[in-house]
Design a protein around this ligand. Structure first.
Ligand code: ATP
Length: 245
């Protein structure tokens, strides 16, 4: 076995008769940032959902910190320290900001919960000003901050962030990236699924490019040059260039 914090081995995933992932393998080193890139429909979210236990593997396995977690519940996987922030934010829009944070720390010992909430708000002070506001009425950027605050209130070992910058203005996306950068600096391992290809690569140590459900390319992020991106991302890369500006 490698010393990877997360290892995916020969993963196949099916939705009914259609197969979304084919023989996908990757290894994520502890403390690293891995960018998972790919065109729409390439299988990025499916990979994230399978690793976090939301979708079953048809073949292959997922190993987190030396333990096989494929087949385990999301709750169990979360308790081991793997947090998934799904595309679309993973917050409770009908609840207030503070209740969203309370839910995120509900598994903690009673005496630790207030500290965990304070820590989360300290990361994004704007959330403190919006405590009683319904999460669904926050701006897109604030909702992403809330999603990250929920994920970081009880610091996980690994975060899978699925397209956190989706739909955000570039300047707001940048602040979300900075928060992820800080989380990485604090030692949290990050798997970053991103449409902003170049911004993701600037943050990442490693890169995995999915193509129609298979690993098309993987390697160090600084070796994912334009030629690689053009070859494996095609139009998705063009869009990302435009978005980054
Ligand atoms: P995007 O960037 O558009 O979110 P993605 O790379 O995350 O794309 P997935 O969402 O993982 O890709 O989709 C991979 C393939 O699986 C696609 O062909 C998609 O249509 C299919 N798929 C995803 N979710 C389901 C589902 N719940 N049921 C059936 N097919 C699905």
């Amino acid at each position: 076995m490698t010393d990877a914090l997360l290892a995916v081995e020969n993963l196949d995933v099916r939705y009914g008769p259609s197969q979304a992932l084919f023989d996908v393998s990757l290894a994520v080193a502890p403390g690293s940032v891995t960018a998972v890139l790919g065109a729409n429909g390439a299988g990025k979210s499916t990979l994230a959902r399978t690793v976090s236990g939301l979708v079953p593997a048809a073949a292959g396995r997922v190993i987190f910190d030396g333990v096989t977690v494929s087949g385990q519940s999301t709750h169990h996987i979360r308790k081991l320290g793997l947090t998934y922030i799904p595309e679309g934010r993973g917050i409770f829009p009908g609840l207030s900001v503070i209740d969203n944070l309370r839910m995120a720390v509900a598994q903690e010992k009673r005496g630790d919960r207030a500290d965990a909430i304070d820590r989360a708000i300290a990361l994004f002070p704007v959330l403190g000003q919006r405590r009683t506001q319904r999460a669904g009425s926050l701006s897109g950027g604030e909702q992403q901050m809330l999603a990250l605050a929920r994920a970081l209130a009880v610091p996980p070992r690994l975060i899978i962030a699925d397209e956190m910058s989706l739909g955000l203005a570039p300047i707001v996306a940048e602040s979300v990236f900075r928060s992820l950068e800080e989380a990485a600096r604090s030692g949290i391992t990050i798997v970053l699924i991103e449409q902003f290809v170049h911004r993701a690569l600037a943050l990442a140590d490693s890169c995995v490019i999915l193509m129609r459900g298979r690993v098309g390319w993987s390697g160090p992020a600084d070796e994912a040059g334009q030629e690689v991106l053009d070859r494996y991302l095609g139009e998705a890369d063009q869009g990302a260039n435009t978005a980054v500006g």
